[in-house]
Design a protein around this ligand. Structure first.
Ligand SMILES: *Cc1c(COP(=O)(O)O)cnc(C)c1O
Length: 385
C-alpha cells in the first residue's frame, strides 16, 4: 500500500482475497507447472467473465498475440493494419510471423486507432484491386475501447479477421447501440489479454487468447504446448511453442479474477476523482472518454491542452520530485528506432497525443489521500512548468 509519505507508483498490483490460499494449494498438491487444475479453471472463469466461448491461458500477452496471428495463418507477405500509438508488444508478434505492420494513426477522442483510416484503406485497396491486409489489429489503449463497429463492418465486407489487443482494457465495455454491454475482447475473431504485473489483474506474467471459434482455440492451445499430439510417445505435427501458463500463475489469476469487479470499480472511482480535480487545473484535459464507452481506466491519461513534449517532461520531472510516478503515454511506434521505416496511414495525431499525455498513478489501491497528493502536485507543477 502506498503511504501518504512514500513514492506513489504508476500502476502496482493489488493482490489479496484467495491468492495466498490458492498458491498454497499448488504447493501442497505439487501442481506448480503447466499441468494443473487452476489452468483450466482460470480459462473457464475468464471466458465467462468477459463473455466469450473459449480462453487459452498462455505465458504472456505477447505470446497470446503471437498465437492469435499464427492460428489466423498470417505470415510472410501479409500486411496487418495496427495502431501506431501502442506498446511495442502489439507490433512485435506481427513481425514474429513474418508479416508487415502498417501503422494507423490515432484519433483524439479515444487515443485509439482511427477507424475511418482503416475503412478508407480497405475501400482503396478494393477499388485498386490490391491485396487486402491479412488481419486488422485493434488496440484498446490504456483501457479505452476502440471505435470497433465501423472496422468490423468493413472487415466483414472484405473477409478480413479482426484481432483485438485487449491487454490494457480488461472490463471495458461499449455502452450504446448493438454493442451495448459487450466487453472488449469479444467482438473480433480473436483477442489477447495480458496479466503482466502492471495490468488490471496480474498472474506475475501471463496472457490469454480469447475467441468464440472452437477451432482457433484448439489450435492455439495445441501450439502453446509444443504442438504435442495426444499419446505417450512424443509426436508433433507443427512447430509449437512453450507458451502455456503455469498452474502457479493461473492460481493467482483465479484469485485476481474473483476481485475483478472491485479492482475495476476502484479504477473508475479514481478516474472520476481525477476528472473532477483536473476540471479545475488550467491547461490540462481529462482522460478521453467517448460517449459510447465505459473505459476501464487501467491508466488515467490526462493531457496538456497544448501538446509540448518539453513541458510534458518538465511536469513529469516535477511530479517525480514530489515522489509521484507519472509517465508519458507510449511513444508512437513509428518514432521507435526499430519501426521508424514502417508503412503508415494518417497524419500526426498519435505524435500530438504523445507530446501531450500525462499518465497519472492509477493503481486500484490508490488511496484518496495519495490521489489528492497527486492532483495537488499536478496543479502546482503545471502552474510553474
Ligand atoms: C501489456 C501489453 C501487451 C502484452 O504484454 P505482456 O507483457 O507480454 O503480457 C500487449 N499489448 C499492449 C498494448 C500491452 O500494454
Amino acid at each position: 500500500m502506498p503511504s501518504s509519505e512514500g513514492r506513489i507508483p504508476l500502476s502496482e498490483p493489488s493482490i489479496g482475497g484467495n491468492a495466498a490460499a490458492y498458491l498454497q494449494e499448488c504447493l501442497d498438491t505439487n501442481f506448480v507447472s503447466s499441468v494443473g487444475p487452476f489452468v483450466e479453471r482460470f480459462e473457464r472463469e475468464f471466458a465467462a467473465a468477459v463473455g466469450a466461448r473459449h480462453a487459452v491461458a498462455c505465458a504472456s500477452g505477447t505470446a497470446a498475440l503471437h498465437l492469435a496471428f499464427l492460428v489466423l495463418d498470417v505470415g510472410p507477405g501479409d500486411d496487418v493494419l495496427v495502431a501506431d500509438l501502442t506498446f511495442v508488444a502489439s507490433i512485435n508478434p506481427i513481425v514474429y510471423v513474418g508479416a508487415r505492420p502498417i501503422l494507423v494513426d490515432a484519433e483524439p477522442a479515444t487515443y485509439d486507432m482511427d477507424a475511418s483510416l482503416v475503412v478508407a484503406e480497405l475501400d482503396r485497396r478494393a477499388a485498386a484491386g490490391e491485396r487486402q491486409p491479412a488481419a486488422i489489429e485493434l488496440v484498446h489503449l490504456v483501457g479505452h475501447p476502440a471505435d470497433i463497429a465501423p472496422v468490423l463492418a468493413a472487415a466483414e465486407r472484405y473477409g478480413i479477421p479482426v484481432v483485438e489487443d485487449a491487454s490494457e482494457a480488461l472490463g471495458a465495455t461499449w455502452t450504446k447501440g448493438p454493442l451495448a454491454g459487450r466487453q472488449v475482447g469479444t467482438l473480433g475473431r480473436i483477442a489477447a489479454f495480458s496479466f503482466n504485473g502492471n495490468k488490471l489483474i496480474t498472474t506475475g506474467g501471463g496472457g490469454m487468447v480469447v475467441t468464440d471459434d472452437e477451432d482457433l482455440a484448439r489450435r492455439a492451445r495445441h501450439l502453446s504446448t509444443q504442438a504435442r499430439l495426444p499419446g505417450l510417445a512424443y509426436d508433433h505435427d507443427e512447430v509449437g511453442y512453450n507458451y502455456r501458463l503455469t498452474n502457479l500463475a493461473a492460481a493467482l489469476g483465479v484469485a485476481q479474477l474473483e476481485e475483478l469487479d472491485r479492482l475495476l470499480g476502484a479504477r473508475r472511482a479514481i478516474a472520476a476523482r481525477y476528472d473532477a480535480a483536473i476540471a479545475t487545473i488550467h491547461g490540462v484535459r481529462p482522460a478521453p472518454r467517448a460517449p459510447w464507452a465505459d473505459p476501464s481506466f487501467w491508466l488515467y491519461a490526462a493531457a496538456l491542452e497544448t501538446p509540448d513534449p518539453a513541458r510534458r517532461d518538465r511536469i513529469l520531472a516535477g511530479l517525480a520530485d514530489a515522489g509521484i510516478e507519472a509517465r508519458p503515454i507510449w511513444r508512437p511506434i513509428h518514432q521507435t528506432r526499430r519501426y521508424a521505416d514502417s508503412a503508415r496511414l494518417g497524419g500526426a495525431v498519435a505524435d500530438r497525443i504523445f507530446d501531450a499525455a500525462l499518465c497519472l498513478p492509477s493503481s486500484s489501491g490508490l488511496t484518496e489521500t495519495d490521489q489528492d497528493r497527486v492532483t495537488d502536485a499536478l496543479r502546482a507543477v503545471v502552474a510553474q512548468a
